[in-house]
Design a protein around this ligand. Structure first.
Ligand code: PAP
Length: 337
């Protein structure tokens, strides 16, 4: 749980909430019995809910989110498919918004993993968690596709980050292999490749996920800032300036002159964050239940690492899927590194 945005839990939920909660548990039970089911990469099973693959827990939380989450107009959401640059953006958005609150020589991010700066909505315990005491703007993250989010969120601002699916696959395969239970047989890269291409991985299919945000970003560009990991790597300063303007905290000429944009980029760089003690040895606990070592969020941080894993044939196959799925959308995701 975030030490910065410390959440409060109410000792008892109200009885109305109990009734709603019980109804949702019942609905969840029915869904689990009836929805298409496959093996998960991390968890044992995933269920196809409204065309996306979710674990049983995330599915239940999605139902609860729709009933219990109340957005506020100033909320800012960071949305992403897994392994597309979330950790980096959490650090960048948090340090941009809070640039007057912390000193760059002794910053919050020197002592806390970037994950702690946002609340991961997908894992929270509804209706127990009370978000009303979070500092403003409240910062939330989600890996859910746009079509799975409650309507109340549509008036809020979203930052979405995507990445070349070949790098996403490699990053996700490494991450999931670490988290996968030792009781399950290891997932080979060949298996992961095949499943990923079929759209079968947690929160997938990847392409439909990206398109769900892309389409809304075209219609409401002031509501969704759509970013690409590769562009962030090329021009991080430009992205930080975009983020600041989008979050309604543009840099002043004086801040720019002082080099604040560069300070933020440096603070949040892969080299800097991955070498901090907190990110080498610390553990992030999500919603008091899922524990992940901070170092697992930092692997290589490069564009094109897929070249070290995928054959030419695999590359062509996945690029073909990307071309077909994104055709006519105006979005280009394949990189030629
Ligand atoms: P999540 O979905 O579990 O939150 P996310 O942070 O989106 O993961 O993605 C992790 C990827 O971002 C890793 O990529 P890799 O496996 O290809 O190396 C990770 O190394 C990379 N990453 C983490 N922090 C940074 C950073 N500060 N700059 C650039 N890349 C980063």
């Amino acid at each position: 749980m975030s030490s910065f945005q410390s959440l409060q839990t109410t000792p008892e939920t109200k009885s109305e909430e109990d009734v709603e909660y019980n109804k949702i548990c019942e609905k969840h039970k029915q869904l689990i019995e009836t929805l298409p089911k496959v093996d998960g990469w991390w968890v044992q099973h995933m269920y196809n809910y409204h065309d996306f693959w979710l674990s049983s827990y995330i599915l239940k939380n999605n139902l609860l989110l729709h009933t219990f989450f109340k957005s506020q107009p100033t909320d800012i959401f960071l949305a992403s498919f897994m392994k597309t640059g979330t950790t980096w953006l959490k650090a960048l958005m948090f340090s941009t918004l809070n640039r007057h609150r912390y000193n760059f020589s002794d910053h919050y991010l020197h002592h806390h993993g970037p994950q702690s700066a946002f609340v991961l909505l997908d894992l929270e315990t509804y209706p127990i968690t009370d978000f009303t005491n979070l500092s403003h703007p409240r910062l939330f993250a989600t890996h859910l596709a746009h079509t799975l989010l409650p309507a109340c969120m549509s008036s809020c601002k979203f930052v979405y980050v995507c990445r070349d699916p070949k790098d996403v696959l490699i990053s996700k395969w490494h991450f999931m292999s670490k988290l996968r239970s030792k009781d399950q047989p290891p997932l080979s890269l060949d298996e992961a490749f095949e499943l990923f291409c079929l759209g079968v991985s947690e929160y997938g299919p990847f392409w439909e996920h990206v398109l769900s945000y892309w389409r809304v970003s075209l219609e409401f560009p002031d509501k969704i800032l759509f970013l690409k990991y590769e562009e962030m790597k090329k021009q991080p300063e430009v992205v930080v300036q975009k983020l600041a303007a989008f979050m309604e905290k543009p840099f002043t000429a004086e801040e720019e002159k002082k080099g604040m944009v560069g300070d933020i980029v440096k603070l949040c760089s892969f080299e800097n964050l991955s070498n901090l003690e907190v990110n080498k040895t610390g553990v992030e606990k999500f919603a008091n239940m899922v524990e992940v070592e901070n170092r697992d969020f930092f692997r290589k941080g490069e564009v094109g690492d897929w070249k070290n894993y995928l054959s030419e044939e695999m590359k062509e196959h996945i690029d073909r899927i990307t071309d077909e799925k994104l055709r006519g959308s105006g979005l280009i995701l394949t990189t030629t590194v």
